[in-house]
Design a protein around this ligand. Structure first.
Ligand code: NI
Length: 259
């Protein structure tokens, strides 16, 4: 059994055939899917999907590229969602200096606000970090946020940063990028302990080989898992078991809601 720890079934790419997509995921052994959000609208949709689909769980938050949409009065709705039994995390939140859509100060302010929400609600965070290694770490190193835990999703930094992330108690997840030729992710993956890793698709983006360039979906998690197994030289079953345990440990509500 697999857990897709991060995808966006709340995006319009799935409007036409969501049920079929979930069905294919179940057929492929994916029994839990975390739908991550980028703004208030996608958060609402993630919660709705979680309410009507047993396999789906939600993460709510505002992506750095959507930081301009944040308004302090809207935090209340996120606080309400955080109490929902199927809302398992705050995310995706973080900093993205690669595309530079929003001023850094604004991104940092919104990121901090949602880390604070995570602290207040006891939920883990799903971190998006693109080209902002030191600023992301600066926010998370704030002593006020010591109790906060989470995952660095779609990890794209270097090995020394990965070690720093693990040392802070965070997990790391990789997408289909690990299956790409010339990807540096596989070399980093090789060096990291299995008990700190999770699988994700980030669907509809980043489809793994052999579907690269097409719409991604949670059923394709098996290609990511196969690459993990190859790189770590352990069986696919073992990868499924370990990454599932890691996800259940990080996201306690994922466990409770299912039992
Ligand atoms: Ni994502």
């Amino acid at each position: 059994m697999f857990i897709d720890s991060h995808c966006h079934l709340n995006f319009s790419a799935f409007d036409e055939d969501l049920d079929a997509v979930v069905h294919r995921a179940v057929e492929a052994g994916v029994d839990r899917i975390i739908v991550a959000s980028v703004d208030e609208e996608s958060s609402r949709k993630a919660v709705e999907l979680a309410e009507r689909t047993p396999q789906i769980y939600a993460a709510v938050g505002i992506h750095p590229q959507d930081a301009q949409k944040y308004a302090e009065e809207s935090i209340r709705i996120f606080q309400d969602w955080a109490r929902h039994p199927k809302v398992v995390a705050i995310g995706e939140i973080g900093l993205d200096y690669y595309r530079d859509y929003n001023p850094k100060e604004l991104q940092v302010r919104v990121f901090k606000r949602f880390v604070r929400l995570a602290k207040e609600t006891g939920l883990p965070i799903i971190v998006h970090n693109r080209g902002a290694d030191s600023d992301v770490m600066a926010v998370l190193s704030d002593p006020r946020f010591k109790s906060v835990t989470g995952v660095f999703h779609c990890f794209s930094s270097d090995l020394s940063y990965a070690r720093n992330v693990l040392q802070r108690g965070y997990l790391i997840s990789f997408t289909g990028i690990v299956t790409f030729k010339n990807s540096e992710s596989a070399a980093i993956l090789r060096e990291l302990p299995e008990e700190k890793l999770m699988l994700e698709t980030d669907a509809p983006l980043l489809a793994p080989e052999p579907h690269r360039g097409k719409r991604n979906e949670p059923a394709f998690i098996k290609f990511v898992a196969e690459k993990f197994a190859e790189v770590k030289q352990i069986s696919l079953d073992e990868i499924a078991k370990i990454t599932t345990q890691n996800a259940l440990r990080l996201f306690p509500k994922l466990r409770n809601a299912f039992d």
